[in-house]
Design a protein around this ligand. Structure first.
Ligand code: BGC
Length: 453
């Protein structure tokens, strides 16, 4: 091993751009608040950046939902089909993960729906319900302009999807058509929903204070309970006091609102993405981009001669080679221990890293993940302040929140600092919100239309 020159102080200085002060976070909160109001208001909605889509979900589950449901979950890393039995105080659930090959992710919308319908039919065969006519809830985690519980017009693709011919179309109809083309299975699509709403619903099943749903996974987004009187886009009779709003806050910053805190790394991640200029906040937070942000910083510091003796590796210089799970692994090492860090660097062909290199790599990971946690916290604090209720539970899902060792703690601390005095909150991990939530929304919808008690 050569001489271990400690460049950590210089690297720390370079990383300062990833640090957001409370003053900056409060500015972000006030901008997000304004954007949420614009999204909700009839006059400003058409040009709003944070769309605040109606979900048409007005009833939280009451724990009395019963029955057998199918669910689809599309929009995270995996596509899943599920069958769920809701019973008294329990539910059982079986599911299967199907790959979405990349040629389908970037192919045509029709091919995507044909693939989904095929997986669904195969799943029904395997679970001996091929002949049954079942209700289905579809968790479809992309921005939708919902026109009702079973009608949603796709606004844009995110998270690496880009199927042609789907934007502007009703996703439920797309799935129905694909099922009809096969002609073999009978399905009643009872609801289409976002993963944030599924997460909220599945937490609300047990915890009646749950009024915010949050995803910090491949993408990022939140939904919350809003008073119907503030939902200006809602056209029906306001018979129910509240509705879930899907904020689609991943798009926050698309008009430059976050430029004052963005870095060269953010700009590069954005310009290398398949949707440049779009989903700006999401690209600063979510798992699809976090590892790449770290990699870009490491590349810069290597090129400056501050890391790895100025000697990188082919993999280090290759896009998307630093997986987001590495960030969680590296930060899981105990202080002073670099076991996981060493494994990661070895995988990347950087086994010549010294101990101070490893300390620097870990510091970069901490700065990027802490910034993500703080941005999410500013968003949640904005929603909590807007709702202005004394006690709210936030239901959360997603790989970053679930697997990062400090994300939960960072969020608890920062939200507590940012929220108005008198408002209390807790953060609850949702156990498989997208799947269970889809069944619950379908169940509540059936309860409504079929008059089940
Ligand atoms: C989508 C949202 C989704 C979020 C989390 C974003 O890219 O636009 O609809 O809730 O990812 O999956």
């Amino acid at each position: 091993m050569g001489m271990d020159i400690n460049n950590l102080p210089l690297i720390r200085e370079e990383c300062e751009i990833l640090h957001m002060t409370d003053k900056q976070l409060k500015e972000i909160m006030s901008r997000l608040h304004n954007d949420l109001v614009k999204g909700l208001s009839r006059d400003t909605h058409p040009t709003a950046i944070v769309k605040c889509w109606l979900t048409y979900i007005q009833d939280l589950p009451n724990g009395k939902e019963r029955g057998k449901f199918l669910a689809l979950d599309l929009g995270g890393t995996n596509f899943r089909v599920l069958i769920i039995n809701l019973g008294e105080n329990h539910f059982d659930m079986q599911s299967k993960i199907y790959a979405i090959p990349s040629h389908i992710m970037t192919g045509t919308g029709v091919a995507l729906f044909d693939h989904i319908a095929e997986c669904l039919a195969n799943f029904m065969k395997e679970h001996n319900v091929y002949e049954e006519r079942l209700a289905l809830g579809f968790t479809f985690s992309f921005p939708l302009k919902q026109m009702g519980l079973t009608k949603g017009i796709l606004q844009r693709w995110t998270k690496g999807f880009s199927c042609s011919g789907a934007i502007g179309e009703d996703v439920v109809q797309g799935l129905k058509d694909a099922i009809a083309r096969r002609g073999d299975v009978q399905i009643d699509i009872c609801a289409i929903l976002n993963d944030t709403t599924g997460t909220l619903m599945s937490c609300a099943w047990k915890n009646h204070n749950c009024k915010i749903g949050l995803i910090v996974g491949t993408g990022s987004n939140a939904c919350y309970v809003e008073k119907t009187e503030n939902c200006e886009l809602f056209e029906g009779e306001p018979t129910k006091p509240a509705m879930l709003i899907n904020t689609e806050w991943g798009a926050f910053g698309d008009d430059g609102a976050l430029d004052f805190v963005r870095t060269e790394f953010d700009r590069e991640v954005d310009s290398n993405s398949i949707n440049p200029g779009k989903q700006i906040q999401e690209k600063m937070i979510s798992g699809m981009y976090m590892g790449e942000l770290v990699r870009l910083a490491l590349v810069k510091f290597t090129t400056m001669g501050l890391l790895f003796g100025g000697r990188g590796s082919d993999l280090l210089f290759q896009r998307n080679s630093f997986y987001t799970k590495y960030v969680s692994e590296i930060e899981s090492d105990k202080p002073g221990d670099y076991t996981s860090c060493m494994d990661v660097l070895e995988e990347l062909g950087l086994s010549h890293a010294t101990e101070s290199d490893m300390a620097a790599v870990r510091h970069v990971c901490e700065c990027v993940s802490r910034r993500a946690a703080h941005l999410v916290s500013a968003g949640i604090a904005t929603l909590l302040n807007k709702m202005n209720e004394p006690k709210v539970t936030v239901g959360i899902d997603g790989s970053v929140y679930r697997f990062h060792p400090h994300f939960h703690t960072l969020m608890c601390e920062k939200i507590a600092q940012l929220v108005r005095p008198g408002i209390t909150f807790d953060l609850m991990l949702s156990e498989d919100g997208s799947g269970r939530g889809a069944a619950l929304v379908a169940a509540v919808a059936c309860r409504e239309t079929l008059g089940f008690a």
